[in-house]
Ligand binder design. Structure first.
Ligand code: IDC
Length: 351
């Protein structure tokens, strides 16, 4: 990623950060005399959808790369000062996906508490110059309309509180399943105006049918969306893949859709769709090369120390305060950290 360094002072700050004992203080001192270090948000500013791409404040397509939290009702211990410092300054991530489950002990059990957690994580991402992707992680039941009134309440408050920030992206449905594309479209057309009433220039994501497979897992395809898109601007459709399970079939859908629909990969794993099992780094690399070539952004599942192979940290790492380097990582974590760390080319216009 960037944080290209304009001065020796900034170079010193940046080189020290990963090895300095973690503190709660902002890494970049708030000193008006010193130029601010560059961050993904300071370079790119407010994003907007332009054609099928996500563009920065200068109208240039950008690819954002980062991590998704695990469900914050389970793994909030992995989302703290030291781990977020590692994500921003050691992994050099551009974006943090904040995964708010609705069911399974999530939002519906205590809306106030979970909304406040999301507010807090947004502030932490913002402080570190990362984009904050607010993920309404509906999953079971799969029809997002089931949670419509909860979603309206939640997003109204989130959008109202953070409308003056330039780094918020709203994902209104993680993985719709057992619901038709028409049902998702109807949900989206009710939710988009709710968010835009508070935050008019925001980018909004919506999950696609068949667990964000562009319909493939339902025996459908991206044609459902292409022929009947959500009636809203500044909107992207999400696609998820788990490389060891999905291989060629999902890859083909992704490649067909990439030039037709604005896409963002809000979840992927190098293993199977259980988030566990062996890694298929060959297929994973093939997907990531394709996403890079199309400047399609992604967040990997997930930034936790869950026992599964797709949780990047070894078990019990989150109990401590050391999250930097590779010794704390499982193989999937080592692999994805390397791929997030490769430099961004935010300043390189594409044709
Ligand atoms: C998994 C979690 C696991 C949890 C399960 C059910 O890793 O701890 O018990 O969800 O909630 C998805 C989902 C995501 C899944 C992930 C891995 O969006 O919630 O996480 N996955 O199975 N889609 C495809 C894979």
């Amino acid at each position: 990623m960037i944080r290209s360094l304009a001065t020796g002072v900034l170079l010193a700050v940046a080189t020290l950060v990963p090895t300095t004992p973690v503190s709660a203080a902002p890494v970049v001192p708030d000193a008006p005399s010193a130029p601010a270090a560059e961050t993904p948000v300071s370079i790119n500013g407010q994003l907007r959808v332009c054609g099928t791409k996500l563009c920065n404040q200068h109208g240039q397509p950008v690819q954002l790369r980062g991590m998704s939290t695990h469900g914050i009702q389970w793994y909030s211990q992995c989302v703290k000062t030291a781990s977020l410092d590692a994500l921003a300054y050691d992994w050099n991530a551009d974006i943090l996906r904040i995964s708010l489950y609705v069911q399974e002990g999530g939002y519906e059990t205590d809306p106030r508490r979970f909304t406040d957690m999301v507010h807090g994580y947004i502030e932490e991402a913002t402080r570190r110059g990362m984009y904050a992707l607010v993920d309404w992680h509906q999953l079971d039941p799969g029809d997002p309309n089931y949670n419509l009134s909860l979603a309206k309440t939640f997003f109204t408050e989130i959008a109202d509180r953070h409308k003056n920030k330039n780094n918020i992206i709203y994902d209104i449905a993680n993985e719709p399943n057992n619901v038709s594309w028409a049902g998702i479209k109807s949900y989206a057309e009710q939710m988009v105006p709710v968010i835009r009433a508070k935050d008019p220039d925001s980018v909004i994501f919506v999950g696609t049918h068949g667990w964000a497979s562009l319909g493939v897992s339902d025996g459908r395809s991206e044609a459902d969306i292409v022929n009947n898109p959500v009636n809203a601007s500044n909107l992207m459709y999400t696609f998820h893949f788990y490389a060891a399970s999905h291989q060629q079939v999902y890859f083909d859908a992704l490649s067909r859709a990439a030039d037709k629909l604005p896409l963002f990969v809000t979840e992927f794993g190098t293993q199977t769709y259980t988030g566990d099992g062996g890694n298929d780094f060959t297929w994973s690399q093939k997907y990531l090369d394709f996403l890079a070539s199309k400047k399609i952004g992604w967040t990997n599942w997930n930034f936790s120390d869950d026992f599964r192979s797709g949780a990047v940290f070894k078990q019990n790492v989150c109990a401590g305060n050391n999250f930097t380097g590779t010794s704390v990582l499982k193989p999937a974590g080592v692999w994805v950290r390397d791929r997030i760390r490769t430099p961004d080319n935010f300043r390189t216009p594409v044709g």
